[in-house]
Design a protein around this ligand. Structure first.
Ligand code: ATR
Length: 284
């Protein structure tokens, strides 16, 4: 038997993560001799952790808050996705060379398209300009969406738009996160995406957009998966819109990491039911 391959989730905190359950179920279902463990790494130990990954030949990493940007400088190479976004959520150890990828944006788009059809040509309003929003914004523009970004800290939205325009040569818009401005852009939008943490447990009563700004021909997608039905999705349902929850993004970004590490198609259904089971368990 080949020696066991070890994959780590590196973040702080990590105890709420559904990823160990999701990946260990995937490894087991394909009978791969591999194991996935979440490790809590304070920022001051990130350099040592990456040195340790090299020293003991860890096969791959998932990287989460707060290390996604800082780890970029500790790697040997970045693929296109990580290079564009400037952040890494997946690392592959290729015979001692550490290569960074970012599967967040494409994972979100796959989840969305699986549920609501193609994003090509659709008018999208994206809430947020943080790490997750950046990854999704680049993937949306690459997939041919017409993008408007709204963020509480408006200069961050403007900076993301100019980054997109400079790196991709496509245009995008930004608006301040104000009701009057949102009302106007949402009138013509096909898709609204929440890529902020607003509405995430324990702040389940919060939403940036209420039902009066949502029309029934719209798809509303929230990347928050705890709870599965956020206040935003409740508002969207009451406006008659189609909704997509955040579990799909978690599963698909994981499935893309799995493909990067193993070269194999991920068992999506197995990963989804493991994540769903673990979510139920962590609720208790
Ligand atoms: P992540 O990596 O999860 O995207 P992040 O980089 O900290 O996390 O980004 C969080 C996003 O949620 C940002 O767009 C943030 O807006 P600011 O750029 O103004 O900080 C947004 N956000 C968080 N709490 C918010 C709130 N109460 N109202 C509006 N936006 C909020």
């Amino acid at each position: 038997m080949n020696p066991v391959k070890i994959f780590l989730l590196v973040g702080d905190p990590v105890k709420q993560s559904l990823s160990p359950a999701m990946f260990n179920a995937a490894f087991e279902s394909l009978r791969l001799n591999s194991v996935y463990v979440a490790v809590e790494v304070p920022t001051k130990f990130l350099d040592d952790t990456v040195a340790g990954v090299r020293a003991i030949g860890i096969s791959g990493l998932n990287v989460t808050t707060p290390h996604k940007i800082r780890i970029v400088d500790l790697l040997d190479e970045l693929d296109d996705s990580a290079n564009l976004v400037g952040a890494v959520n997946t690392v592959k150890n290729q015979r001692g060379k550490l290569i960074g990828f970012n599967t967040d944006g494409d994972g979100a788009i796959r989840a969305l398209e699986e549920n609501a059809g193609t994003v090509k040509g659709s008018k999208v309003v994206l809430l947020g300009a943080g790490g997750a929003a950046r990854a999704i914004a680049f993937s949306l523009v690459r997939a041919g969406a017409e993008l408007t970004i709204a963020n509480r800290t408006f200069p961050r939205a403007k900076a993301l738009v100019s980054d997109i325009e400079r790196k991709l040569g496509s245009s995008a818009n930004s608006v301040p996160l104000r009701r009057d401005r949102l009302r106007k852009v949402l009138k013509n939008a096909d898709l609204l995406i929440n890529a902020t943490s607003v509405g995430m447990y324990p702040n389940v009563g919060q939403t940036l957009v209420t039902s009066d700004l949502i029309h029934h021909d719209m798809v509303v997608y929230d990347i928050v998966y705890k709870p599965l039905e956020t206040r935003l999705l409740k508002e969207a349902k009451s406006a008659g819109a189609e909704v997509v929850n955040g579990l799909g993004m978690l599963v698909h970004q994981g499935a893309l990491s799995f493909k990067v590490w193993t070269g194999k198609q991920a068992p999506i259904k197995v990963m989804e039911s493991a994540a769903r089971r673990e979510l139920g368990r962590k609720d208790k």
